[in-house]
Design a protein around this ligand. Structure first.
Ligand code: SRM
Ligand code: SF4
Length: 560
C-alpha cells in the first residue's frame, strides 16, 4: 500500500479506495444482482469514480415507506467534457440516450458538463455503451480524483481561445486514473490479471483524499469562477500569444452547517508558470495534496484546508521541489465579467456563436417551450457545436456565416431567441443546484423553486426601478455550494425545507466572497429583506456601483 503519511484511523472511504483493486470493487457482481435496484454499499462509493451516483426519488420516499417498499433507486451519470464542448453528433446521441434511459431532462451543470438522472440499474451499462459509441465517457467525473476541467467557454473571448481550451483536455487526460476498470465493468473489455496492471503513477492505490477541481479562465472573463477551484489557472496572453498561466491554489466552497472548522475559500495566486511547464506544476500540486491532504476527516480534506494547514509558502516550495520548476511572480490580469454574453457574437475568424439562456441548466420540453426539440433540430443540421457554460447556459457555436440564418430560423421557430431576450437580467444571472428530488444531501429546494422566487423578486426590482440591473443570485439546497452561492451578490443557502440563509456582498468579478447576512429565512422574510435592501440601493448607490459592492460600502453586513 502507498503510504505518504501516518493515518491513525482509516475512514471507510479510504478503506474502500485502497481495497478496490483499482476501482473495480465488486461492481460487476453488484450489477448482476437482480433482487435490488441498488448497488452494494462499498460499490456505491466506487461508482462515483466512474462518474455516477446512486440516488433515489425523494419525492416518493414517504409514499413508498408507507407501502413498506424499498426506496426508488436510480442513478445519475455525469459526463466528462473538459472545456464543455461537444459536437452536434454528440448532442443528438445525448438527446436520444436521455430519452431512452433517463428522465429525459438534460441538466447542464455548473461545471460545464451534463448530467442525466433516473437511470435504472439495468440501464447503466447500455447508457455507458451508447455514450462510448460517440466517444463520450464519464470517467472521473466524480470521486476523489481530478474532475471535469473547466475553461472559459466563449470562443470569441479571445483569438487564442482554442489554444487555451486545449489545455482543459490535456490536463484532464494527464490526470485521469490509469486503471482499465471503467472499460472492463461497463464496456466488457477483457479483464486484466491483477499483476498486469501497474500501480497508478499519480493516484497509487489511495487516490486523492477528496474531490479535486481545476478551472482555466481567460481574462477579462471569469465565467468559470476560477478562484473557487482547487487549482485555478489564469491564461496570460501577451502580444497575441499565450505565454503561460498564473496559478492559484486552494479554492473551494463546501461548508457544513454548524461546523465552524469548514469554510468557503478563494484560491491564492502562488505565481506564474510558462505554458510548457504548466502540466508538470499542476501534476505536482495534485501529488502534494495526495500526500499531505487530510485522510481522517472528509469534512476537512479538500486542498483548501491542506493549504491553510501547511501554509501557502510551504505548499508552493514543495510543488517547486517536486516539479523542479521555480514559479515566477504572478503576472498582471484583470477580470471584468463572469456572466455569459447572451445572443449572437462573432469571433475573430468571422464565425458566429449564439448564447442562449437555459434556466438552471435544465434542457427539456415543456408545454409551451420545446427547448429540447429545438436543440435536436439544431444538432441535426450539423452546423453548430454545443458549448456548455459554467453559468448553466449553452452556446451554439462555431457557426459559419453562411449557416447563421438557418440556425437563427430554428431558434426563432421554437421561441428560444424570444425567451433569451425577454428573461430579466437577474434571471439570466441566476443559478440553482439540482437539490430535490434527486440530491440526497438537499435540505431545501433549489432549481425547482428559484424560478418562482425570481418572479417575485422581479416585482421588487421593478418597484425600485432596478429591473435592468444584472444582479447575480444563486441558490443551493444545502451548504455544499454546488451553484457557488458564496460568490454571488445574493446567495441563498438551504437550511431546512422552505428556509434559507441569506448571503450578501460578493463582487461582480468573482474576487470576493459574500457573507452570511441572516439565517433561516422563509420566502416572506427573504422578500422583505430584499425589498428594504433594494430600496436603499436604488437611492444610495454610487454611479455604476454593483449591488454587492454597495452592500459592503454601506456597512450593511457589519451591522449584523
Ligand atoms: Fe456538487 C455533492 C451536484 C458543482 C460542491 N454535488 C454533490 C452531489 C453529487 C450530491 C452527493 O454527493 O450525493 C450533487 C448531485 C445532485 C444531483 O442530484 O444531481 C451535486 N454539484 C452538483 C451539480 C450538478 C450542481 C448543478 O446543479 O449544476 C454540479 C456538478 C458539477 C460537475 O459537472 O462536476 C456541482 N459542487 C459543485 C460546485 C461548483 C463548482 O465546482 O464550480 C461545488 C462548490 C465548489 C467546491 O467543490 O468546493 C460543489 N458538491 C459539492 C460538495 C461540497 C464539497 C466540499 O468541499 O465540502 C458536495 C458534497 C461532498 O462532496 O461531500 C457535492
Ligand atoms: Fe445537493 Fe447541496 Fe449540491 Fe444542491 S448544493 S446539489 S442540495 S449537495
Amino acid at each position: 500500500m502507498y503510504m505518504s503519511q501516518e493515518i491513525k484511523k482509516e475512514t471507510l472511504a479510504e478503506k474502500v479506495k485502497r481495497e478496490s483493486k483499482a476501482l473495480r470493487g465488486t461492481l460487476k457482481e453488484s450489477l448482476l444482482d437482480e433482487h435490488t435496484g441498488s448497488l452494494r454499499a462499498n460499490d456505491q462509493l466506487l461508482l462515483k469514480f466512474h462518474g455516477m451516483y446512486q440516488q433515489d426519488d425523494r419525492d416518493r420516499r414517504e409514499e413508498r415507506a408507507l407501502k413498506k417498499l424499498d426506496r426508488l433507486h436510480s442513478f445519475m451519470i455525469r459526463l466528462r467534457i473538459p472545456g464543455g464542448m461537444i459536437g452536434p453528433v454528440h448532442w443528438e446521441a445525448l438527446h436520444n440516450i436521455a430519452g431512452e434511459n433517463s428522465t429525459g431532462t438534460i441538466k447542464i451543470t455548473t461545471r460545464q458538463t451534463v448530467q442525466l438522472h433516473g437511470i435504472l440499474k439495468s440501464q447503466i451499462k447500455p447508457t455507458i455503451k451508447a455514450f462510448d459509441q460517440v466517444f463520450l465517457d464519464s470517467i472521473a467525473a466524480c470521486g476523489d480524483v481530478n474532475r471535469n476541467v473547466t475553461c472559459t467557454s466563449n470562443p470569441s473571448a479571445s483569438p487564442l481561445h482554442k489554444e487555451v481550451y486545449s489545455y482543459a483536455g490535456e490536463i484532464s487526460r494527464h490526470l485521469l486514473p490509469k486503471t482499465r476498470a471503467y472499460y472492463e465493468i461497463w464496456l466488457d473489455e477483457k479483464q486484466l490479471v491483477e499483476k498486469e496492471e501497474p500501480l497508478d503513477p499519480l493516484y497509487k492505490d489511495v487516490y486523492l483524499p477528496r474531490k479535486f477541481k481545476i478551472g482555466i479562465a481567460i481574462p477579462p472573463h471569469n465565467d468559470v469562477d476560477v478562484f473557487t477551484n482547487d487549482i485555478g489557472l489564469i491564461a496570460i496572453i501577451e502580444g497575441n500569444e499565450l505565454k503561460g498561466f498564473n496559478v492559484a491554489i486552494g479554492g473551494g466552497l463546501g461548508t457544513t452547517h454548524g461546523n465552524a472548522e469548514t469554510y468557503p475559500r478563494l484560491a491564492t495566486v502562488i505565481g506564474y508558470v510558462s505554458k510548457k511547464d504548466v502540466l508538470k506544476v499542476v501534476y505536482e500540486i495534485v501529488t502534494v495534496q495526495r500526500d499531505f491532504g487530510n485522510r481522517e476527516d472528509r469534512k476537512l480534506s479538500r486542498l483548501k484546508y491542506t493549504v491553510d494547514r501547511l501554509g501557502v509558502d510551504f505548499y508552493k516550495a514543495e510543488v517547486e521541489k517536486r516539479s523542479g520548476i521555480q514559479l515566477q511572480p504572478a503576472k498582471d490580469f484583470k477580470f471584468n465579467t463572469r456572466t455569459d454574453e447572451f445572443g449572437w457574437m462573432q469571433d475573430s475568424l468571422g464565425n458566429w456563436h449564439y448564447t442562449l439562456f437555459v434556466e438552471n441548466g435544465r434542457v427539456l420540453d415543456e408545454d409551451n417551450y420545446l427547448l429540447k426539440t429545438c436543440l435536436l433540430e439544431v444538432s441535426k443540421t450539423r452546423r453548430a457545436v454545443f458549448r456548455f457554460t459554467c453559468n448553466q447556459n449553452l452556446i451554439l457555436s462555431d457557426i459559419f456565416p453562411k449557416d447563421k440564418a438557418l440556425i437563427e430560423s430554428i431558434l426563432e421557430k421554437y421561441g428560444v431567441i424570444k425567451k433569451t431576450l425577454e428573461a430579466s437580467p437577474i434571471r439570466k444571472n441566476s443559478m440553482a443546484c439540482v437539490a430535490l428530488s434527486t440530491c440526497p444531501l438537499a435540505l431545501a429546494e433549489a432549481q425547482r423553486y428559484l424560478p418562482s422566487l425570481i418572479d417575485k423578486i422581479e416585482v421588487l426590482l421593478m418597484k425600485h426601478s432596478l429591473k435592468n440591473d444584472p444582479i447575480t443570485i444563486r441558490m443551493t439546497g444545502c451548504p455544499n455550494g454546488c451553484a457557488r452561492p458564496y460568490i454571488s451578490e445574493i446567495g441563498l443557502v438551504g437550511t431546512a425545507y422552505g428556509k434559507y440563509n441569506l448571503h450578501l456582498g460578493a463582487d461582480w468579478e468573482g474576487l470576493r466572497l459574500n457573507q452570511k447576512y441572516k439565517e433561516n429565512l422563509n420566502e416572506e422574510q427573504i422578500l422583505s429583506e430584499l425589498d428594504q435592501m433594494f430600496s436603499r440601493y436604488s437611492k444610495e448607490r454610487n454611479a455604476k456601483e454593483s449591488f454587492g459592492d454597495y452592500v459592503v460600502r454601506a456597512g450593511i453586513l457589519q451591522r449584523n
